[in-house]
Design a protein around this ligand. Structure first.
Ligand SMILES: Cc1ncc(COP(=O)(O)O)c(C=O)c1O
Length: 390
């Protein structure tokens, strides 16, 4: 009996070897303590807007408490079609839309559909760790093309990414806008990657859950705009970030119609259909949510401006401002153990941050700060951090 195999009856070794979230490791040390400014998790401090909550409450009152189709309730799929058609200026067929129980659930299902034991997936890193861990849960290998920091923003070397592909590569996983870096892939780069994937018979899994958390446009460049309906592209969206719905666990896939059966089969075996009344909240979010998104974005832009201005003056910090999403991901001079550093900073300042090593080996030496809280609180956090990082 070992820590990895605590029972005589065996757990899959690959699962036993997975490490739990290092963000939670830091947060567990501080959650609930008075006076903490929590900037460790990737969520806003605002609750879901009332009009969305009301729509779900009304669905509950109406008795929307039964199993739904694995593809999602038709009203939500139709709302997704309306929303995406409006946003991307091109018609999206409803057969391409499948509702999921969150972005996370969609990532796992997409990878379950594509990855066998011994296969590999090439991911753009540093990245929020869960997708790579899903690949490992399936017995696959996660390979990383690491972004380069620069004064003009994070940059992806596509030659390097393409050189990681071999005969066991099944998919390229791209999270743009990216967590933790705030990197945003431009349309020309997406087009090149799409051409490469087509020519090599690879899938692109595009995690676009931060599509609306952008500062210089209305929506981030998307594979939805470029991919033909039958291209090997699975785009993943979520209600969590743009509509402050992290606790609802609701998202969706846009994929070739020919993949819908596969996604729905896997939905059956994972969750047997998304939560019924939550989906009615989703309809309201998509149909009536633009004003809320605009207001949220204005608030985030204020917080971002404070972070960018203040961090630039911190002597020990090297920082590439985020083009999108709501994180600052910065290198700290001399930092070799980011988990220990975040715990120390938490003790000394009461500011809760996420350790860079949570985002893969390339993240060590860095710290991530989620600035999706009020500009006043962001300013206060930076005041507190200045003596330790400035
Ligand atoms: C890049 C990325 N993808 C997906 C998710 C999952 O979001 P959810 O499962 O809440 O939809 C997150 C959450 O932080 C994320 O940062």
């Amino acid at each position: 009996v070992t820590p990895e195999q605590p029972f005589p009856a065996r757990i899959r070794p690959g699962i036993a070897a997975l490490r739990g979230s290092r963000i939670r490791e830091v947060a567990n040390a501080g959650m609930g303590r008075p006076g903490i400014i929590p900037m460790w998790f990737g969520e806003s401090d605002l609750p879901t807007p009332d009009f969305i909550r009301e729509a779900a409450a009304e669905a509950l009152r109406r008795g929307e408490t039964f199993y739904t189709p694995n593809a999602g309730v038709p009203a939500l799929r139709e709302a997704i079609v309306r929303y995406m058609t409006r946003l991307y200026g091109r018609a999206i067929d409803i057969d391409r839309i499948t509702v999921s129980a969150s972005g996370m659930n969609a990532i796992m299902i997409a990878l379950q559909a594509l990855v066998d034991a011994g296969d590999n997936v090439v991911l753009v890193g540093p990245m929020w760790p869960n997708a790579a861990d899903c690949v490992r849960v399936l017995g696959g290998e996660a390979r990383f093309a690491i972004l380069d920091p620069g004064n003009q923003g994070w940059r992806l070397d596509l030659d390097r990414l393409e050189s990681l592909v071999d005969t066991r590569t099944r998919a390229i996983f791209v999270n743009s806008p990216g967590n933790p870096t705030g990197w945003m892939m431009e349309a020309a780069e997406q087009q090149r990657l799409l051409d490469f994937a087509r020519s090599r018979g690879l899938w692109i899994v595009a995690d676009e859950v931060y599509a609306r958390i952008v500062y210089d446009r209305d929506v981030a460049p998307s594979f939805v705009s470029l991919a033909a309906p039958d291209d090997p592209v699975i785009v993943i969206n979520s209600f969590s970030k743009a509509w402050c719905m992290t606790g609802w666990r609701l998202g969706w896939f846009t994929a070739p119609a020919a993949l819908a059966d596969t996604l729905q089969k896997l939905t059956e075996f994972n969750i047997a259909g998304p939560t019924s009344f939550a989906q009615w909240g989703g309809v309201a979010a998509l149909d009536q949510g633009e004003e809320f998104i605009a207001a949220q974005r204005a608030r985030l832009a204020q917080s971002r401006a404070i972070v960018v201005e203040r961090l630039a003056k911190f002597r020990r910090v090297r920082f590439t401002p985020p083009a999108a999403a709501f994180y600052a991901f910065f290198a700290v001079e001399g930092l070799t153990d980011s988990v220990a550093a975040c715990k120390r900073i938490l003790d000394e300042t009461g500011v809760g941050l996420a350790p860079g090593s949570a985002f893969g080996d390339a993240g060590e030496g860095h710290i991530r700060m989620c600035y999706a809280i009020s500009p006043e609180r962001v300013a206060e956090a930076l005041d507190r951090l200045e003596p330790v990082l400035g």
